[in-house]
Every structure is written in structure tokens, then in C-alpha cells.
Design a binder for this molecule. Sequence first.
Ligand SMILES: Cc1cc2nc3c(=O)[nH]c(=O)nc-3n(C[C@H](O)[C@H](O)[C@H](O)COP(=O)(O)OP(=O)(O)OC[C@H]3O[C@@H](n4cnc5c(N)ncnc54)[C@H](O)[C@@H]3O)c2cc1C
Length: 630
Amino acid sequence: MSIRLWLMDDVTHASGQSDRTAQQRVDGSLNLRDRPAAFARLAAQEFDVVVIGAGITGAGVARDAALRGLRVALVEARDVASGTSSRSSKMIHGGLRYLAQGDVGLVREAATERQVLRRIAPHLTRMSPFVMPGSRATIAKVRAGLVAFERLGKVPKPERHRTLDGDELLEVEPTLAPERFGAAVRYPEFLTNDARLTLANVRSAVAAGAVVLTHAPVTRILVGSNGRANGVEVVGALPGEAAPGAALSAIARTRMVVNAAGPWVDAVRALEAPEATGRLALTKGIHVVVPHDRLPVADTVITLGADKRPVFAVRSGVAGHDAVTYLGTTDTFYAEPDEWPVIEASDVQYLFDAMADTFDGPPLGPSDVVSMWAGVRPLIAPEEGSEANPSELSRKDETWVGPAGVVAIAGGKLTAFRTMAERVVDGLVAELGTGATRCRTADVALVGGDVDVEDLVSTLEVAIGADARRLVELWGSDASLIAADVRPDDGGTVPAEVRHAVCHEGALRLEDYWIRRGARAWFTLDPIGTDLDIAGEVMAGLLGWSSGRLADELVCCREIHHGSLACLADLDLAAVPDPDSTEEELDDLRRELDDPDLDSDRDLDDLDDLDRADLNDLDSAEPVAAPLPH
Ligand SMILES: Cc1cc2nc3c(=O)[nH]c(=O)nc-3n(C[C@H](O)[C@H](O)[C@H](O)COP(=O)(O)OP(=O)(O)OC[C@H]3O[C@@H](n4cnc5c(N)ncnc54)[C@H](O)[C@@H]3O)c2cc1C
């Protein structure tokens, strides 16, 4: 069990100043319950850098800068990871997909990054074999790409791919339609929990001295007489905080500002330069969660959508707990940043169709859906006039410096957050001219990352049984704190998780726990059942909510859930016959809907064609890998 200490914050900053005012715990506890005090902390000192946006990009920058001794503030409009960084496909890519673009540098970077993350956050890098089925000819070509990738990425021997013949494939993934696939490759990739990875970065930044404020959007960037940004204004955004007389706001003075607002980067750039042209192109991706027994994949299966894009089915959840399979993802342009991007029936149908083409058994339908989530990728817009489709847009990150010196960063992947942050902070250090220390983010464990996962699971199982694995895989070493706080009348771990979320992880709204800290909204079979009510009761007690406020918080979570599922009604409607149809057409449609083997004999020539097209350069000097999800 990790030892927790209270100490006076005596971080000595690169600027030579020492802040001894705030009491803080070395474990980076984030307790934001006293809102006026949290705003006052932000206004009380001058920072070297204020980071706008606590997604993975901003959290990574804040941690790196704080570890180098800079005085850092991180301000977030809503909750930590409430934007794209809780809506990803939750994969830590090894870099195989960059081979397809011939980008050897990126392959090496991603492969190295994956190893670093396993070291600093072993609980958030769960190895999951990925199985990519295809014809024998296709698989031979995919293998060539994998061999090249493994060499370039220095993939350790035990983690290299295996080829499976048809029989082996069915042993590994019995739900695959047997007549469609002659072989497969199986190789390890890593799954994470994106929101918790972001939170671990935020808390690590706090442990290194950063000041964090959430539910407080930046509404103004202040510019000094020298034309340089020298502060930001934030306002309180929790319910009631805009009321006249109760409004909370603060100005954080700073030497540098970083805009890491993800899909909102252009909106924040406009605070600095209203006439600035947009740099982002947003594309939406959705995920559909079904009970695992409706699509019982053993691990992760990669297949192809109707447009030949790679799509996947991932087993999630923990043995002894709700097990679910999530399907993803789509890639379509999306006009404006949106906290809750709208999921269309056509998005869901696209994934259902791909699964029906890949797996045996009755096709998935609306009644199978447990929950769904969608996010938008903040990608770099292509050159004007470019005809690129969403999947062709670069996933590389880019930075821009605005007229008042604000550094904006967007693009990139969750997987590459640490190296992105390192590049940004190198630039800040050069600009600030401080004696900041070198980047240490690859060496210092993230909060919760000082853990041997299997050891801690075995230890905690004695006390709390099957809940142990879920706690350790989400909270790492902090799981022991939660387990130790489970009380006899708690009826499970939810109350202890909520107490931890509020007192140590900065949760201020019910959805902060329910979606991001406790991972309950999308990975349980009854997402808005009694556990949500229990969590609400505990939170209300800790945050002093009235019964009206508690009711509002519960309604808000339920509306998010129902809102995300709303399009399923259209999916049903899509299957409802047009009133003008003839009786004959109606009969056909009824037969189709009743037919569990719908489309079962469609062959997979398409898959071969795609792989051939994508792999056609395999014999040339630059190897090309199979398409991978992104
Ligand atoms: C469908 C999908 C699947 C993906 N799958 C993967 C994957 O499997 N692996 C992978 O590596 N990557 C994946 N990605 C990419 C990855 O999720 C993103 O690159 C990453 O999360 C972007 O993080 P960010 O911090 O830049 O943006 P965000 O997470 O959106 O963070 C920006 C933050 O800024 C805040 N903000 C906005 N305006 C203000 C303001 N005025 N004041 C203060 N704060 C503000 C927002 O509230 C938000 O929290 C996926 C993306 C999508 C959409």
C-alpha cells in the first residue's frame, strides 16, 4: 500500500521562487470542493505557463512543465478529459499503421512510446491480442508489413505476431464466420482508459506543483502593452455559478499561454486574434456498446466496413463483472465542436453491417445496444481545395504561435501525448529562458502507476473479491486506498469510489464520476441503474447538494445516456416499410428481417481487394502495413 504524506508545498520553481502557501499532498490529490479557494489560488501568483484545456494534450503539457520546475496552471472549461480525451477508441497504438504512410520516424516513436507508457502507467496499458482475419493471400501480405514493423519498432520477441490458419483462428475467435476467413494474424496491441490516463497526468502535474481549476472556461486572453499575452480570465461554470451575486471568476497572470483546447482550439485562438482563420478539420467517430454475450469476441477483432475502412470489436469489462463488447469506429466530417456530438442512425448501421459481415450468429440490432459514445478528432485541416476524405487527414500534431505569443497545439493521438508535450515544453523553456530541468516524463511514474498490477489484484481480492481487478486496472496503486475505504454497509465499491473521486480526483458533478473516473456510463450493462443513484447520494453529501440539485444531476446523466441512444429509434424506423411499398415488397422485407443469416454468403473478395490495394507496395523498398483503426 502506498504511503501518503501531507507536507507543505515547497516546490522551488525554475524562476527561483518557492511557493510555500498551499498545502498539498505529494500524491497529487485534487480536491476542488472549495470553489472560492480554488479560484483564489489561481489569482494568487504569477505563472510561467497557463495551459488551457485539460484533455490529454493539455494534461501532458502541464505535467511535463511542472516536472521541469515551471510554475504551471491548468484550466479546464468542463471536467478533466470531458472532450475528445474520454471518447477515443482507447487504443495505445504501436505504430503499425504509420508504416502504411511510409513514416518510419513515427513508427519508431509510437513503438517507443508504448513501452514508456507501460513503464509509467502499467495499469493503464492492458495488452490485448488483436486478431485480423482475411484470406490466406491477404494475410501473407499483412505479415510482411508486420515483420517490417516489428524490426523498426524493436518489438520484443514474445510480443511479435503469430499467423493463424483457419482452424487455429476458429479456436481463438469461434464467433468469426468460418467460411469467410482462411487465416489471420494475431499481434499484441494495448488498450487504455483514456479519461483515467488524462486524469493521471493532471494529478501528476498537481504532485509536481501545478495549480488546477476545472469547470472554469477561459473567456478572455489578456494582452500587455508589449503585445504579449500575459493572463487569462476564467469564470465559474458549475450550476448556479453564473447567478448574479454568486458569479466566480479569476484572472491568472502568466508569462506564456498554451492553447490545448482540442476541437475548441480555433475558438480559443479567436480569443487572441478574432480574425484568425480556422486551422482544424473535425471528424466524428462513434462507438457502440453491446453485451459481451451478444458478440463474444475473445479479444479484439479488426475487420472492414463497407467503405473498406478498418473497424473493430473490442472485449471490455472484467471477469466477474459486466462484460461488454464495444464496436468502433466511424470517421465523418463534423462541422462544429460539440460536447455531445450527435450520433446518427447511419453511423450505427455502418458498424452493425460490418459486424454482420464478419461474425456468425444473428445480426446486432438496436435492442442489443447498451450505450454509445462519440467524439470528434481535432485534426489539422488539409490545404485549401484538397479533396481528402476524413480518413486521409493527417494524424500528426502541429503547433502555431499567435500574434500575442499564445502557443496552440492540435492534432496528434492520445498515444503520442508525452512526446507532443515534450516538444511544446522544450519550446516554452527556450522562450522563457529559464533554467528549467530536462524532460522527466518518461522516467517518473504517473499517479497510480507505481504498481505491480497482478500483485495488487491478488492482495485486494482477499478483501474485496472480484472488484479488485476493476479497481486496480482503473486506479492503479490508488486502488488500495479505495479498497481500504469500503465500509460494511456500502453494498459494494461505488461509495468508496465516489469519495475518492471527490476528495482526491477533483470530481464536482455526478457525470465526472459516472463517465470518467468510475467508467460506469459505457462499460456496465445497467448504466443508469441503482449504482447511479447510490453515486448521486454519496456525492450530494460530500458536495452539499440540495435535493433539487441532486435530482438535476441524476437527470443530466440520464439525459446524456438517452440522448446518445436517440438515433436508435431512427434505426428501427429505417427497417419499417415505406407505406407505399407493395405487399410483395413487404413480404421480402419481413423475410429479410427474420433471416438470422442475412448476408451470410456474401464473400470477402472485397477484403482481399482492399488489402491488395493498400499493400500493393509490399515488395518495394518501403513496406506498407495493413490498415488499422484510428
Ligand atoms: C473516435 C475517436 C477515436 C480515437 N481513438 C484513438 C485511439 O484509439 N488511440 C489514440 O491514440 N488516439 C485516438 N483518438 C485521438 C485522441 O482521442 C485525441 O487525439 C486526443 O484525445 C485529443 O486530446 P486533446 O487534449 O487535444 O483534446 P480534448 O480531449 O478535447 O481536450 C480539450 C479540452 O479543452 C477544453 N476547453 C475547450 N475550450 C476551453 C476554454 N475556453 N477554456 C478552458 N478549457 C477549454 C475542453 O473542455 C476539453 O476538455 C481518437 C479520437 C476519436 C475522436
